[in-house]
Design a protein around this ligand. Structure first.
Ligand code: UDP
Length: 329
């Protein structure tokens, strides 16, 4: 009898990779998604697999799963600044109401649940690199507040279900992750730069490009989630790659990788854009015996190969302009 796992956000970037991982580990996977930001293309290769089932459902509504359930991974959420602006209420609801429903399901089924939290709980951090003990610097009413605060509430309600109801919970604080199946038009820096290079457009660096990020390849990140779920540690754990780079340096790397002849153009920095971000992964190393293995060079090449093979129709879609119009100060 296979162990059964529910993965929410299954048609999204991380969710679809999680479905692949759990199927390859011998689980029966129920994928759930309401397809607001997810894309069935990411999981269509799984539809013929007898170990996979898909529910088109919005987790902010009551979630019913017949029979036993061993694990839940809650990865349903809009996850890019462009999405928070376009669907702010859904962003709040899926982190808050959706998490409540899934914790209730975990309690009912006696299932262990892993919650996808985020480095955004640290906001624009005043401590660097960010340890799990850092309490954060979040603007509750800014454009990113709908995501950041939903995720902070998500952590609180998860710990409450753990402490009050004894539910087995795990909390992954996810830092910037990249790889195949990222949405080309989601406004995030990697698909944006790669899309621009492929369409022959200039690369748009926001601000002076001195803000930093630390990018983790998806395969490493998924391995971190798996190890966390299987561990017995219920406090939050940072899962990310500590190799930090400025966005300007990163744009130069992308120009080199893609061979584009385009140049870098500077645009205003969006509101509340964190100036620096780097995970302290001491806990993940010690508790999970996990650390990322893929270099940026290798990971970015694999990611660019994915974007290169998209259809010209997919490539021509760009919501970037409308996004930048909304986020100016
Ligand atoms: N960024 C940029 N140009 C773009 C898109 C993003 O310079 O066309 C910057 C953005 O301002 C931020 C960084 O890249 O400092 C990462 O942005 P992303 O939206 O990918 O993720 P997040 O801000 O949530 O880390």
């Amino acid at each position: 009898m296979k162990k059964k796992v529910l993965i929410t956000g299954a048609a999204g970037f991380l969710g679809s990779h999680l479905c692949d991982k759990f199927i390859s580990e011998g689980f029966f996977v129920i994928g759930m998604d309401n397809l607001i930001t997810g894309d069935l293309k990411n999981i269509e290769h799984l539809f013929k697999n007898p170990a996979f089932e898909f529910y088109n459902h919005d987790v902010t509504k009551f979630v019913h799963i017949p029979g036993k359930l061993d694990y839940i991974l809650h990865f349903a959420s809009p996850a890019s600044p462009i999405d928070y602006l376009k669907i702010p209420i859904q962003t709040l609801k899926v982190g808050a109401l959706g998490t409540h429903n899934l914790l209730g399901l975990a309690k009912e089924k006696g299932a262990r649940i892993l919650i996808a939290s985020t480095s955004e709980v640290y906001g624009d951090p005043l401590v660097h690199p960010q340890t799990e003990e850092y309490l954060g610097n979040v603007n509750t009413i800014g454009p990113r507040g709908v995501y950041d605060e939903a995720k902070r509430f998500q952590e609180s309600i998860t710990m409450a279900y753990h402490r009050f109801h004894g539910v087995e919970t795990r909390i992954a604080r996810i830092f910037n992750t990249y790889g195949p199946r990222m949405r080309l038009n989601d406004g995030r820096v990697i698909p944006t730069f790669m899309g621009q290079a492929l369409r022959g457009e200039d690369l748009t660096v926001f601000g002076d490009g001195s803000q930093t990020r630390s990018f983790c390849y998806v395969e490493d990140e998924i391995e971190g989630f798996y190890k966390l779920l299987m561990s017995d540690y219920s406090l939050p754990v940072n899962i990310g790659n500590p190799h930090e780079i400025t966005i300007l340096e990163f744009a130069k790397e992308i120009i080199k990788l893609t061979g584009t002849n385009q140049k870098i153009v500077f645009k205003p920095l969006p509101t509340d854009d964190p100036l620096q971000r780097q995970p302290d992964i001491t806990k993940a190393k010690e508790i999970l015996k996990w650390e990322p293995k893929t270099s940026r060079e290798v990971g970015m090449k694999k990611t660019f190969d994915y974007f290169k093979n998209l259809s010209p129709e997919d490539l021509s879609k760009s919501e970037h302009k409308s996004f930048t119009k909304h986020i100016r100060r």
